[in-house]
Design a protein around this ligand. Structure first.
Ligand code: CP
Ligand code: NVA
Length: 313
């Protein structure tokens, strides 16, 4: 049984980005506009983080997140130090947080437990950025929302169908999509749905923004009329032992040409990557003209630059 998720009553931590709700709607919209500006003009922001140093902590592997954070920081004129390994094994997280706050200006952390990011934020006097936890992947969702807006020219009213595991990526898409007035549908096997507390929070946000949230076990139904079909790996980092079992359970949730054909004819295919071709998505779909996965990957760089500018300037 999964542990209860504590969604904070006041979902803001001044200066940190622990999860999607740490940005208000207006901050989120401002960040999407700023992403557009940094994408258009790298030179204009080339000295924006001059003299600032960031600590990057990685408990899990990464290509996109690590590269795009390092590049974002350097292209903005700042610098960073990177450490791989478990956070909090050698000394308490609260001590790590207070050490890093004496030397650096921001902590970017990819951890297993969301509580690790929360505790770093609680104890450090500098902003903490969630670079993926078991519960959320908010930097991914920022880039994805920007990519969707870039592709379709709008976000409000778009239907995003997420098919597969109700995981960290699904949680962040639900919260961000709801905040931006999108219609989000998630189709997963019965025991692998998104956390009920997060679905509930997304439903409440949707009521305010005119969006909607639907959770189902029917992938075919979920993708009807979708503007975008999104999937992610069936076994996330840390779930390697379950991979074989999950391959059987999730087989009906593969995004293949037949499933994608149920969405709108101009539907975009999305994936945060890395992808397991032949499992959650076929090679044909990933390589098709409908796939915008490399636009998503590119926009990680631009969205994270905008995030760092928002938190550190
Ligand atoms: N999408 C994503 O976060 O990729 P990495 O795990 O390579 O950082
Ligand atoms: N859900 C995946 C995302 C990887 C970017 C994982 O956590 O492994």
């Amino acid at each position: 049984m999964a542990a209860q998720v504590q969604l904070p009553a006041v979902p803001r931590s001044v200066g940190s980005f622990r999860h999607d709700l740490d940005l208000s709607i207006s901050e989120l919209l401002g960040l999407l506009d700023l992403t557009q500006q940094v994408k258009q003009s790298r030179q204009r922001f080339a000295r924006a983080l001059e003299g600032l140093y960031l600590a990057l902590l990685f408990e899990k592997p990464s290509l996109r997140t690590r590269m795009t954070f390092e590049l974002a920081i350097k292209q903005l004129g700042g610098d960073c130090v990177v450490q791989s390994g478990m956070v909090g094994e050698r000394e308490p997280i609260k001590d790590i947080a207070r050490n890093l706050a004496r030397w650096t200006d921001c902590i970017v952390a990819r951890t297993y437990a969301q509580e690790t990011v929360d505790e770093l934020a609680q104890w450090s006097a500098i902003p903490v950025v969630n670079a993926l936890t078991d519960l959320y992947h908010p930097c991914q969702a920022l880039a994805d929302m920007f990519t969707l807006r870039e592709h379709f020219g709008r976000l409000r009213g778009l239907k995003l169908a997420y098919v597969g595991d109700g995981n960290n990526v699904a949680h962040s898409l639900l919260l961000c999509g709801a905040r931006l007035g999108m219609h989000c549908t998630v189709a997963t096997p019965a025991a692998y749905g998104p956390r009920p507390e997060i679905v509930e929070a997304a439903c409440e946000l949707s009521d305010e923004t005119g969006g909607s949230i639907q959770v189902t076990t029917d992938a075919f139904e979920a993708v009807q009329q979708a503007n975008a079909v999104y999937t992610d790996v069936w076994a996330s980092m840390g779930q390697e032992d379950e991979a074989e079992l999950r391959e059987q359970i999730f087989a009906p949730y593969q995004v293949n040409e037949a499933l994608l054909a149920q969405a709108r004819p101009d539907a975009a295919f999305m994936h945060c990557l890395p992808a397991k071709r032949g499992l959650e998505v076929t090679d044909a779909v990933l390589e098709s003209g409908q796939s915008i996965v490399f636009e998503q990957a590119e926009n990680r760089l631009h969205a994270q630059k905008a995030l760092l500018l928002t938190l550190l300037q």
